[in-house]
Ligand binder design. Structure first.
Ligand code: AMP
Length: 396
């Protein structure tokens, strides 16, 4: 069996797959670790349990996960040895990791050297690997990076026009994120179209709380909307997306804000929440916009306008577009966002069937109209499965 681990600073998500990955045997979420209201949800064999209990730290969370997996009530595994490998999600692999890798001592050292790029996320990812090494000794660990897929971007796409020294000596460049999702979805879209991914130019729109628009040519990421950090590109739930960096100097020098206050604005107080003044949740923003709330309508328009512009620029960067793919919470579920993004992309050959767009959840991944030159698809993402696929490939 293959276990996947997605370890955040206050959460632990796990999934146990059968050896050939055709079944999810168990899955769970342990949330609010080290906080008030900590809880654990565990599901196996159609049985679900939720338990509220104090969970002081990651160590306790991994104990709970191991207990859940070995609990006789759920009959998942009797012995940790039944797990043949563990795959971990890591947010940042810098430019050291261009693909998933088996964990060794030197990989752990290099992972530690990437903490400077993702100080909030990488320490939790590393702690997850160390917990597994401790609790499941002898079982190989694999690490899968959100940044790795984007390492194929050409220099003109990943190097900023800043002093070159910042790039060379300090690693200041575009890294991109959500690579595991984009890679999975690009391959799945090619499979749905029955065409080799190597023959396709596509734009993947990963629209969730975080947003990545990714240009994928021949199965490789050639440009992506997130950059050195995770607030540029498209406006998101609480993150700003692209804006003129001169505003940062203005906020600090003229309005007397501290750099921490500006950082909070960029990451936590902007995007859907900042413009609407109501919510970072697209469902609520859409509903209020439909009821006539002008600021919610504006937040929605800014969101779709950013996406439409990015798709246009990536079609130009790839000199063509064969497929447009929507995924993640908003991409998979919001017919309104898909419709608004695609309206105005007729110039590229994008034309969706509005009727099919509405019922896509009933199993119609291809929402293109009959006369469309570009295939528009809705493809559910599955980062855990991608991690499990890489883990199997590396371990066997
Ligand atoms: P994710 O980060 O992929 O879990 O996506 C979270 C985002 O998906 C949130 O902004 C949700 O509001 C949004 N979302 C989930 N379901 C829907 C829906 N039916 N319509 C619009 N947005 C949705």
């Amino acid at each position: 069996m293959i276990l996947t681990i997605n370890c955040g600073s206050s959460s632990l998500k796990y999934r146990l797959f059968s050896k050939d990955l055709d079944k999810v045997i168990a899955s769970g979420l342990i949330a609010r670790i080290g906080e008030e209201g900590a809880y654990c949800e565990h599901q196996a064999h159609e049985r679900r349990a939720q338990l509220h209990q104090p969970i002081p730290d990651q160590d306790a969370a991994f104990d709970i996960m191991a207990d859940n997996l070995m609990h006789s009530e759920f009959a998942v595994i009797e012995n940790p040895r039944e797990i043949s490998a563990i795959g971990h999600r890591a947010v940042h692999g810098g430019d050291v990791f261009v693909e998933s890798t088996l964990v060794t001592e030197s990989v752990m050292e290099q992972l530690n050297s990437c903490i400077r790029f993702a100080p909030l996320h990488n320490p939790a990812n590393i702690a997850g690997i160390e917990e597994c090494q401790k609790k499941f000794p002898g079982i190989p660990n694999v690490v899968v990076f959100d940044t790795a897929f984007h390492q194929t971007m050409p220099p003109e796409a990943h190097i900023y026009a800043l002093p070159y020294d910042l790039y060379e000596r300090h690693g200041v460049r575009r890294y991109g994120f959500h690579g595991t999702s984009c890679r999975y979805v690009a391959q799945a879209a090619a499979d749905m179209l029955n065409r080799p991914v190597e023959d396709l130019s596509m734009v993947v729109c990963h629209l969730g709380n975080g947003v990545t628009i990714d240009a994928v040519k021949g199965g490789k990421s050639v440009d992506t909307s997130l950059g050195f950090g995770t607030f540029c590109g498209i406006s998101m739930g609480t993150r700003a997306g692209d804006f003129d960096p001169a505003i940062i100097f203005h906020l600090v020098k003229e309005l007397g804000m501290s750099i921490e206050e500006v950082e909070a604005i960029c990451y936590k107080k902007s995007g859907l929440l900042g413009v609407s003044g109501v919510s970072n949740d697209m469902r609520e923003v859409e509903q209020r916009a439909a009821e006539g709330d002008k600021r919610c309508a504006l937040a929605l328009e800014i969101f779709v306008y950013h996406i439409r512009k990015m798709i246009g620029s990536y079609a130009a960067a790839m000199n063509g577009l064969d497929a447009l793919v929507f995924t993640a919470g908003i991409g998979e579920n919001s017919a309104t966002v898909r419709s608004k993004v695609c309206a105005g992309l007729g110039v590229l050959g994008v034309h969706i069937d509005e009727g099919i767009n509405e019922i896509v959840r009933d199993g119609h991944p291809n929402i293109s109209a009959a006369d469309a030159r570009v295939a528009t698809l809705v493809v559910p993402t599955d980062e855990e499965r991608m991690i499990a696929i890489d883990t199997v490939a590396l371990v066997h």
